[in-house]
Design a binder for this molecule. Sequence first.
Ligand SMILES: NC(=O)C1=CN([C@@H]2O[C@H](COP(=O)(O)OP(=O)(O)OC[C@H]3O[C@@H](n4cnc5c(N)ncnc54)[C@H](O)[C@@H]3O)[C@@H](O)[C@H]2O)C=CC1
Ligand SMILES: O=C(CO)COP(=O)(O)O
Length: 380
Amino acid sequence: MARERRGFRHRTRVAVLGAGNWGTTFAKILADGGADVMLWARRSELAAEIQHEHRNSAYLPGVDLPHSLRATSRLDLALAGAEHVFVSVPSQALRENLIAAAPHLGSRATVVSLMKGVEKSTGLRMSEVISDVLRLPPEQIAVISGPNLALEIAKEQPTAAVVSSQSLETAQAVARIATNRYFRSFVNTDVVGTEFGGVLKNLIAVAIGIVDGVGYGENTKASIITRGLVEMTDFAVASGAQAETLSGLAGLGDLIATCQSPLSRNNTAGRLLGQGYRLADVVKQMQQTTEGLASVGPVLELAAARGVEMPIVEQVRQVLAGELEPKDIAPHLTTDPDDDPKGERNTHGQAQGGGALRRTFQRALDQLRDGGRRAPGDRP
Ligand SMILES: NC(=O)C1=CN([C@@H]2O[C@H](COP(=O)(O)OP(=O)(O)OC[C@H]3O[C@@H](n4cnc5c(N)ncnc54)[C@H](O)[C@@H]3O)[C@@H](O)[C@H]2O)C=CC1
Ligand SMILES: O=C(CO)COP(=O)(O)O
């Protein structure tokens, strides 16, 4: 935490690894919040542009970066003395980057994932990969997620996010430095829910892009978003998350932002698929990280292992594999509304989950009736 001492202002030393859209934007958030930030870019030309011209023209055109933000392509310099290390590389490259960073990492540094994917080869969440490679105790690991389209934040449009760590103190310490006049970090201790919120909303955003590309309208999209949130919640709860987290910033909040915005790469990739492009062409066209395309397989494997049905995510897989026409994607709505007035059943008459979500809303209603303060979940 930045603190005053006899006129000397201590600025927390932090490193950000990965100078793409989100890494650069997050480095700006931290620098504007008063931290002493060193951003690591793989390419020396990019590091030089950020350091000397205060720009990252490839990823954030038109955005002026703070002059206090320094950049380097040397990992050892980026990590020297860093108390907190924020990581924003593509999920599939996290492990190799952590292995390279490990020798330069201070033994007490907190490592914070900014990423929204799962490792394809292991099915591990990003915080699990961090734990696996670096052998850090849970209180030195945190994750950040929320409705955070990078370019909007780089333009200083007000936004909120959640910092999550098993240790509330760690989450609060990270939230303090990751807060400034346009960015507010809330905290929770539900790492599983916070991470899976970010992973799963990408898949629903791909589905929304697909139906948008086909030309379907708002009813289809609203149905997919609503049923998608049920799938996200059931999957996350079966994985050990708290349902409340999925109705907070890292779940519903991010789902709304990503499904609505043309800035979303997942949404854009889906739209191209819906317009009839084949997956290989879409991948070629997407110059930036599109996590949802890599997460579909591992998420469905985990869902099968946990006995969770994910009809929308399964249809996304089928479209990606060329097994389903984009126009045939459907939100699997109730076929007989009288059959199940409270829940929603699929075409086979099976309950489509939603129990956890319903319980959350019920608890929130009960709290309101009791004169309670507010639903649990993201806290200031
Ligand atoms: N862009 C956004 O609005 C947000 C992105 N995220 C997450 O942040 C993570 C990174 O995404 P973006 O910054 O948007 O992606 P990006 O594609 O803009 O940037 C990725 C960066 O990683 C670098 N990179 C690529 N392969 C690498 C490797 N093997 N080793 C090291 N660096 C490598 C690229 O050169 C680039 O600088 C993703 O998990 C994404 O889901 C989270 C919130 C918002
Ligand atoms: O995570 C994001 C917004 O919160 C960014 O979404 P995309 O990765 O789809 O661009």
